[in-house]
Each structure stands twice: as C-alpha cells, then as structure tokens.
Write a protein that binds this ligand. Structure first.
Ligand SMILES: Nc1nc2c(ncn2[C@@H]2O[C@H](COP(=O)(O)OP(=O)(O)OP(=O)(O)O)[C@@H](O)[C@H]2O)c(=O)[nH]1
Length: 365
C-alpha cells in the first residue's frame, strides 16, 4: 500500500495496515470516475482530498443562481471526520446569501486559493476554486493539520481539474443541447433513485419528519407549452427554439435549486420536486406557470404552459408516474390551457378512475 511523502504530498512508498490512507492518487482518480452518480463523485473527491492531503474536514460549496434573486451558497457535500461518511444532501435548505461568505466569493471571483481562519485547534483553513463550468461556480473548503504547501496544492488542483473534467463529461451526456436542461435519458435513473429514497423515507424517516414537521414528498410535474405549433408556424422554427430556451430559463428561475427540471423533447418538460404536501407542490407549479405567462417574449409575445402533476409513490415506475401526471396536462389542454391540474383532483372529481394497476387508467371527458 502507498502512503504520502514527508511533505504530505503525492504517495511515494508502501506501508502495511488496513486503512485507506495510503491509496494512491491514481486509485482515487479511478474511484472518482467510476460512477455517474454526482453525489458519489462528490463523495469520492472528498475522500481523495482527505486521504492525499490528510484533510480533517472537507466541504463542497456551490454558489447557486436563484432566479432573479441573489445567488446563495449551498453546502452540497461535507465530511467532518475521516471515519465518518460524507453527507451529500444539501445541508442548507435555503442557503446563505453570497455576501455572507465573502472569502468564498473572493476565492471564486479571483480564481485562486484563499487561506481562512478555522475553529479547529491548530488547524489551517484553505478555500480552493473548483473550476469547471458549473453554473454559478463552486469552492472547496479544506481544514488541514498543516498549511497547504506547493506540492499539496498541486495535488489538490489536479484532483479538482479531473473532477471538473468528469463533471463536464457527465453534463454533456445528461443535458439537452438546446436548453441545457437535464435530458430524458437521465430522468429514468434519477427517478428510480428518488422513488427508492421515497420508499425508504416512508418506512424509516417519515415518523421522524412528521415529529419535526419536515415531512417531504416527491412530486412529478409534466409541462407542455401551449399552441407551440402556432409559434413555429407564425414565427419560424428559430424563434420557436428561442421560446423553448427562454421557457426553460424562466422555469429554472422559478424553481428551487434542488428541484430537477428536464426537457423531455419538443415542447414538453418534466419537473421532479420535493414538497411537504399537495398544497406546497401546487404552489410551486403555479409559480412556474405564472412566471411563463407573465414574461414578454421578445418576438412571440405571450406564451403559456399547461401543467399536470402527481405525487410519486413508492415503487412507481417513471412511465406510470409520468402517465398519471400527463392526464393532468390533457385535462388542462381540454379546459382552456394555461392552468395547473393535479391528477389527484381528477380522481377525486371522478374524471379519472384508477384501478389497482398504476398504469391502468381510464379517462372520462
Ligand atoms: N422550434 C422547435 N419546434 C419543435 C421542437 N420539437 C418539436 N417542435 C414542434 O412543436 C410542435 C408541437 O405541436 P403540437 O404537439 O401539435 O402541440 P401544440 O401546438 O403545442 O398544441 P397544444 O399542445 O395542444 O397546446 C410541433 O409543430 C413540433 O414540430 C424543437 O426542438 N424546436
């Protein structure tokens, strides 16, 4: 097994023992690029920096654009001790306004390492820019037992570059080229993960969430641009494309940073979001609908969207949940468009009869 050299730099020699502190930089590169799951990639980056630099704590911060408001810092992954697993859920539900962390902002804007005081006795804090093409940008915060020397700095910078390059490749394969939103291909995987988490939450975390009043459910919304064929016919395909790009941008701005927005193809979009209940979900989808309706499109003028949504059930398949939400879109289109319709309200009103099979739906209109 390899271990770090006297300057806490790259690995130079074999050492016995069962811990992973001697893993080579190459082992970490292999680990970092092994999975397409972003949370696992972040977690591997943290492990690499802990191991290669002897870091005591590592935190990854993203500066997230929040629609038209001030960007906020969010801790997207953190490990506070070598023998603890990394936490890769967003730690700050609402984030910190960008000016609350001025040193982080300086590190990002000036694209260089910034030393900073730390609360841990005898340790040294340093912030490093994460590079890459992340919207808003990212900063990694290290707590080290020694100041970051040149050699460690090079190791860290190389790991961060590899991480940024890999994230860029993931983006390339998972994003829609026109709008930059996540594409349909990445939806199924994320959805399955979300339903597994939802199922786990139902059995393990729900009682706790109920006690603390933080119960969350996953909702899926299908959004379809109204009369989009008319936009193409009247203004041409290029203006149609421009409308799609703007609709994507407006919706992204109306959603929270951890809501996931996909372009499914054509003028159809899908959102996966967490909300405490049906009312919270409706409010999010209404906000999105209103944001599009209020926008003055440079050439196409007034554009609206119809939205159908559904709560995701444990064991749902992407197709089953999508097809239920799509009943809402169908209903919205049939009743004037520019509206939000919950699948649950269609069932309650007897418009839709649901049989035992999740896919087995009859629609009476
Ligand atoms: N500009 C552009 N048009 C597209 C793209 N993908 C699909 N379309 C067009 O989007 C239009 C969708 O039209 P329809 O499915 O008939 O629906 P609609 O006109 O939006 O009507 P409703 O959904 O009933 O409100 C078709 O004319 C497609 O050719 C794209 O990437 N860019």
């Amino acid at each position: 097994m390899l271990t770090r050299g006297p300057e806490h730099g790259v690995p130079i020699a074999a050492q016995d023992g069962g811990s992973n502190t001697g893993s080579s930089a190459l082992d970490h590169v292999v680990e970092l690029t092994r999975s397409r799951d972003r949370a696992l990639v972040e977690s591997s980056l943290i492990s690499a920096l802990m191991d290669l630099l002897g870091a005591r704590e590592v935190t990854i911060w993203h500066l997230v654009p929040e629609g038209t408001g001030t960007p906020t810092w969010r801790r997207i992954a953190q490990r506070l001790a070598v023998d603890e697993p990394a936490s890769t859920r967003t730690v700050d539900a609402d984030g910190l306004p960008e000016d609350r962390l001025p040193e982080h902002l300086r590190c990002l804007r000036e694209d260089r390492a910034v030393a900073q005081p730390v609360a841990v006795d005898g340790c040294f804090g340093v912030l490093l820019p994460m590079g890459g093409e992340l919207e808003g940008g990212g900063v990694i915060e290290l707590v080290l037992p020694q100041p970051l020397d040149e050699r460690d700095g090079r190791v860290a910078t190389s790991m961060l570059r590899i991480h940024a390059n890999f994230m860029h490749l993931l983006d390339y394969s998972e994003r829609d080229t026109l709008t930059g939103l996540l594409n349909r291909k990445s939806f199924d995987e994320t959805f399955m993960k979300a339903t597994v988490l939802e199922a786990r939450r139902q059995y393990v975390e729900l009682a706790q969430e109920r006690r603390t009043g933080q119960e969350r459910h996953q909702f899926l919304g299908v959004i379809d641009v109204d009369h989009f064929k008319r936009v193409n016919d009247v203004h041409g395909h290029l203006i149609g494309d421009e409308v799609l790009v703007l609709v994507a941008r407006i919706m992204r701005g109306a959603l929270r940073s951890d809501d996931r927005l996909y372009r499914f193809g054509g003028e159809e979009f899908v959102v996966l979001l967490d909300a405490s209940d049906e009312t919270g979900a409706r409010a999010a989808f209404e906000r999105l609908r209103l944001a599009v309706a209020a926008y003055d499109f440079p050439r196409a003028g007034h554009v609206t969207v119809s939205v159908g949504y559904v709560d995701v059930r444990p064991g749902d398949t992407p197709q089953a949940a999508f097809s239920r939400a799509d009943q809402g879109v169908y209903h919205a289109k049939a009743h004037g468009r520019d509206r939000v319709v919950a699948y649950a309200e269609l069932v309650a009103a007897g418009v839709v009869v649901e049989s035992d099979g999740a896919n087995d739906i009859e629609l009476f209109e």
